[in-house]
Design a protein around this ligand. Structure first.
Ligand code: 3DU
Length: 211
């Protein structure tokens, strides 16, 4: 059963710290991305690190290898433990993120199939399966796969074996935590926690699905 990862997509430093402080006792990691970093700056990683929980940088990095490496180095220097990159730029681009992660003692996760309806237009089916195999081949630490489609998570699991699956889409996007939890290693939950009237209570409820 999975770790609980808070997707902290709030838009101010004070709100980020308020929600993190409330939810932290129930969390295994905090994921932040463009919404919070653009609003509050990359150095929000500093105070968030103070909760003693690993930070995951969800920048869905998607560029040439050299640029990917430069981005990943900044992320790890800022105190993050893991980075998320896109796979569709190719194995050399992903390998650049994996190498930067390895150099920093961190982790790199590769997006395969996304959780929203539009993902089915391009990044699903065979393409997602090729991305998962590539993630294995370049030594990534795991993949991102959709909690909204448990049957796809099972297919991708058969490809990646014991590498980790972090899965967004529970709660606001309709994914069922009881169904997805046994299939994954990390359950990513955003709005269902950070917009809750009581984020601590909401986080505690999702934490029931942990190991
Ligand atoms: O829908 P939520 O509010 O629980 O947030 C989900 C988070 O996971 C959010 O940060 C989003 O950018 C990220 N994510 C997906 O939702 C779907 C993906 O395929 C990959 C990342």
């Amino acid at each position: 059963m999975p770790d609980l990862i808070l997707a902290l997509d709030v838009l101010s430093r004070s709100e980020a710290l308020r929600v993190a402080d409330a939810a932290a006792p129930h969390l295994d990691a905090i994921k932040i991305g463009y919404p919070l970093v653009l609003a509050a700056g990359l150095d929000i990683a500093g105070p968030l690190s103070g909760f003693g929980i690993p930070l995951i940088a969800d920048f869905k990095v998607a560029d040439i290898p050299n640029t990917n490496r430069l981005i990943a180095e900044q992320v790890f220097a800022a105190g993050f433990s893991a980075i998320i990159c896109q796979g569709f730029c190719g194995s050399d681009s992903v390998a650049a993120c994996v190498e930067a992660a390895d150099d920093a003692g961190g982790e790199c996760y590769v997006v395969t199939e996304m959780s929203h309806p539009g993902a089915l237009e391009f990044l699903s089916g065979k393409n997602a399966e090729l991305l998962a195999q590539m993630a294995v081949d370049v030594g990534a630490h795991g993949i991102i796969a959709p909690a909204t489609r448990p049957e796809r998570v099972q297919t991708l699991r058969a490809i990646i074996g014991e590498k980790k699956i972090l899965s967004p889409g529970v709660g606001a996007q309709g994914g069922d935590p009881a169904v997805i939890a046994p299939l994954i290693d990390g359950m990513i939950v955003g709005r269902a926690i950070y917009t809750a009237e009581n984020p601590a209570k909401a986080a505690r409820a999702y934490a029931e699905f942990r190991r």
